[in-house]
Ligand binder design. Structure first.
Ligand code: NIG
Ligand code: FE
Length: 407
């Protein structure tokens, strides 16, 4: 959240191709050979041959410029990585089997609870630096690896603290309902009571999160348990998000629609009826194809179908130590093109403005339009099709946040 600098005026000249969503025409626009004028962290004007007096000029050398990515689903507050589990999956165990055997989220809980706070902070900070390197200028970040009142609140406080000092903008989500901690394995109601009576009220009172999320899945939080948590969060004024229909279509999507959730995420097992409730409930589908890829599954969310039905499909990394250990939005876009059958332009929209929409910050970020934050990426190439095409590369020349070059 770096502050903008007063009287700081920059003109980005010689932009070969500028690709952004345009709110006024309600679609993506590709412009060639334009300049972008920035004043005090915001976009002042985009056009041809803008006079350069008063501005510090930066030559984009004919390259592609896009909005900074808005990553609407990440889990960066973890301590250790879980590469051994990755190996187990390759050898045939699936995600849920590993979770049941005490691996998965619960192993991350153990490691976070025992982590040295300074070391944890350093690790999370490095991850925030990496988001910027991959062109991500705003993230949604969840708690969810503490699962005790103290550790959940501390995870959110850490995110809040880093948001103040780091260039990346962070929107926080309370995910105390990510899994049942070991001490409540046989007392689900007891844990939900703790979330409702202890964690959520403090989160709301101390303003530690903008949203509340629940992992609604067989073996984790069922629909009724998810409803209890989400209703209280809604009452306390938090926006709602849900991990739903990742492995089984339990009804989490319908619950999201009923409660007016902002987003439903994963959706690899969604039914046609579920898609209909997203439409009726005005819920943004946040799709995470890198997760499907990383889990070695071939069962991708029906992104093409949702897009064709008019849903504002968003794409996110789901960066976490278990199911998606990547921070590359370009890779997410590649998988979205190949596996969800979105076009490169649609995928770019999904990774920028639609992500912002799912966070209700699309009036501030997610597109390059007058008065929005000057958050953008200058790429190594000159056209947007190259983003998914340059596979597994980080072809980013510069990243700018609020009119300042941060990478
Ligand atoms: O979004 N599905 C639940 N949560 C994460 C995975 C967390 C983990 O495995 O540590 C996800 O994929
Ligand atoms: Fe997730």
């Amino acid at each position: 959240m770096i502050k903008t600098i007063k009287n700081h005026k920059v003109l980005i000249t010689n932009i070969g191709q500028l690709v952004t969503f345009r709110d006024d025409i309600n679609k993506m626009q590709v412009s060639s050979n334009v300049d972008m004028a920035i004043s005090e962290g915001k976009i002042e004007r985009i056009g041809q041959n803008i006079p350069s007096a008063d501005y510090q000029t930066v030559n984009a050398e004919g390259k592609l410029v896009t909005p900074g990515f808005v990553d609407a689903h990440t889990h960066p507050v973890f301590y250790d990585t879980r590469e051994k589990e990755y190996e187990m999956r390759i050898m045939g165990k699936n995600y849920m089997e590993i979770a049941k055997a005490g691996g998965g989220i619960r192993s991350s809980v153990k490691s976070l609870r025992n982590a040295d706070p300074i070391k944890l902070k350093n690790r999370v900070k490095i991850r925030l630096d990496n988001f910027l390197k991959f062109g991500i200028t705003t993230i949604e970040a969840k708690s969810g690896y503490g699962l005790s009142t103290q550790t959940e609140l501390d995870s959110l406080r850490l995110l809040k603290e880093l948001d103040k000092t780091h260039a990346l903008d962070i929107k926080c989500t309370f995910l105390g309902a990510h899994e049942y901690p070991d001490e409540y394995r046989n007392d689900h109601d007891g844990y939900i009571d703790k979330i409702i009576n202890e964690m959520l009220p403090t989160v709301a009172r101390e303003n530690l999160a903008d949203y509340c999320d629940v992992f609604c899945e067989e073996g984790v939080f069922n629909v009724e348990e998810s409803r209890r948590v989400m209703e209280v969060a809604k009452y306390l004024g938090l926006g709602l998000r849900i991990h739903a229909d990742e492995f089984k279509p339990l009804g989490g999507v319908q619950l999201a629609a009923k409660l007016g959730a902002l987003s439903a995420d994963h959706l690899t097992a969604i039914t046609d009826e579920g898609i209909k409730s997203l439409i009726d409930g005005n819920v943004v589908p946040v799709l995470l194809p890198a997760t499907t890829f990383f889990l070695g599954s071939d069962h991708y969310a029906p992104g093409r179908k949702m897009w064709d039905l008019g849903l504002p499909v968003a794409l996110a990394t789901d960066f976490n130590p278990g199911s998606s250990h990547t921070q590359s939005m370009a890779f997410v876009i590649t998988t979205a093109c190949l596996k969800l059958k979105l076009t490169p332009l649609e995928a770019l929209q999904a990774a920028t403005i639609n992500g912002a929409k799912s966070l209700k910050i699309n009036h501030l970020v997610g597109s390059l339009e007058n008065n929005k934050l000057a958050d953008f990426v200058i790429w190594d190439f000159d056209n947007y099709q190259s983003i998914p095409y340059f596979l597994a590369a980080n072809s980013i020349k510069e990243v700018w946040k609020k009119g300042i070059r941060v990478y």
